[in-house]
Design a binder for this molecule. Structure first.
Ligand SMILES: Cc1cc2nc3c(=O)[nH]c(=O)nc-3n(C[C@H](O)[C@H](O)[C@H](O)COP(=O)(O)O)c2cc1C
Ligand SMILES: [Fe+2]
Ligand SMILES: [Fe+2]
Length: 399
């Protein structure tokens, strides 16, 4: 894409990644891509804010070189050292030998660890300002959103917040970079939610602290390091992130996520009765087959819904492995405070329920009930399933 002017002499110089299958080697983005947003300010002194992933260095250098002579570049602001934003660093240093690299103390330490760079670097402090001429940068420390060295950069005169991973989203930028130009804003918000739950959710407490810190400043534009630049309604993405971050410690929305896995459909047949009961109670539900659905797509529902029904059989004295995988990812991301129920089939000794109980304990879930049956579910088992599902649904409406 061509560079895009956000405000006079402030440019988006990002790149689109449509070739990486798994972001962080884990999260599918083959259907949507992702952007690595970087920004350039031209002034008496010029400054680049964030860089790109290494594989996109050539595209990135071309973008920036269209606007400035890199050999004259004055500053590179490192908001975040994760290689999706710093991968172009080695090459950029060769092309911009005068540029001074600024970041939090931890970022400067990481620069040595990742790229063996120790020269022409400078540690900045929280709330420190840097005048470029007509533009004043203010550095706001926001550790653990998403790494310990992460900060945001705020331009005082234009009230732009370069927020790095915070307020970011999956999705390559399809020609338009601004919220007011985007034709499917609800879709973009879904991409932001999946990104939040996959990448940022584990640091929700830090997100709320970061939002507190930045709200001391008027914000006209939110310019994150992934996804749309919010200039029409910057509050929208801040409010969404705030709401999602609160779900780490407070009850989420009324609704039930149903996760199921099955080999011979005994568990699945019984689960269908549970779905009917939840639906009849008027509670929104989403159903995922853990054997085929990537946890990346399950997390948004788990994160935003109050209730969880785990339906799967016993496998090798333990829980069906695909379910263990899905729930383990949920555990890593801190999916806590759920109202949770278990149901499933077994044949000789059982074992899945004990694994479920472990998740309940570690994640502070409130158990609503469990139904285990030997082989196929009998009439009494089905009644128990219906009763439990109704209880779960009702509890979720209250919670
Ligand atoms: C590979 C494999 C391992 C199993 N391990 C156990 C086990 O350790 N204990 C047990 O009670 N049942 C075990 N079972 C039996 C299943 O839990 C049982 O067949 C159940 O009805 C399957 O539910 P489904 O029809 O929903 O797949 C195992 C089944 C398979 C295929
Ligand atoms: Fe990151
Ligand atoms: Fe990132």
């Amino acid at each position: 894409m061509l560079p895009i002017e956000i405000r006079p002499d402030i440019f988006w110089v990002g790149v689109n990644d449509r070739s990486t299958g798994l972001f962080e080697g884990l999260w599918p983005i083959d259907n949507c891509g992702i952007s690595y947003n970087a920004y350039l300010i031209r002034d008496e002194k010029s400054a680049l804010i964030d860089l790109s992933k290494e594989a996109f260095t050539d595209d990135f250098i071309r973008q920036v070189s269209a606007l400035v002579d890199l050999s004259e570049l004055d500053y590179v602001i490192i908001n975040h050292m994760e290689p999706d934003h710093s991968g172009a660093l080695t090459r950029l240093r060769e092309l911009a030998p005068k540029a001074k690299f600024l970041g939090m103390a931890k970022a400067i330490a990481m620069m040595k660890d990742f790229y063996d760079v120790t020269e022409n670097v400078e540690v900045v402090k929280h709330d420190q300002t840097l005048s470029l001429g007509r533009h004043t940068l203010r550095f706001l420390f926001t550790p653990l959103v998403h790494w310990p060295e992460t900060m945001m950069t705020y331009v005082e005169e234009d009230q732009i917040l370069f927020s790095c991973d915070a307020f970011g989203a999956y999705g390559a930028l399809d020609g338009a970079i601004f919220d007011d130009e985007h034709r499917d804003l609800l879709g973009a918000e879904q991409d932001a939610l999946r990104y939040y739950t996959n990448i940022v959710a584990a640091y929700s407490k830090n997100v709320l602290q970061a939002i507190d810190k930045v709200s001391a400043h008027p914000i006209a534009i939110v310019a994150p390091s992934h996804g749309l630049v919010w200039r029409k309604d910057p509050d929208r993405i801040i409010k969404l992130y705030q709401q999602w971050a609160k779900y780490a410690t407070e009850p989420a929305e009324p609704g039930v996520t149903v996760l199921y896995g099955t080999m011979y459909r005994n568990t699945e047949r019984a689960m269908n009765y549970a779905l009917q009961s939840i639906h009849a109670a008027g509670v929104p539900l989403e159903v995922f087959n853990v054997s085929v659905e990537d946890p990346s797509y399950i997390l948004p529902s788990l994160w935003t819904k109050r209730g969880l029904l785990v339906a799967c059989p016993t496998y090798e004295r333990a829980m069906f492995p695909a379910m263990v995988h899905a729930l383990s990812i949920a555990e890593i991301k801190g999916v806590k405070n759920k109202l949770a129920a278990y149901m499933g089939s077994w044949a000789w000794s059982g074992g899945a329920k004990a694994v479920f109980d472990g998740f309940v304990e570690r994640l502070n879930w409130q158990p609503v009930g469990s139904v285990e049956f030997n082989g196929s579910a009998k009439e009494t088992d089905i009644q128990s399933v219906q009763q439990m599902a109704q209880q779960l649904a009702e509890a979720c409406m209250q919670g």
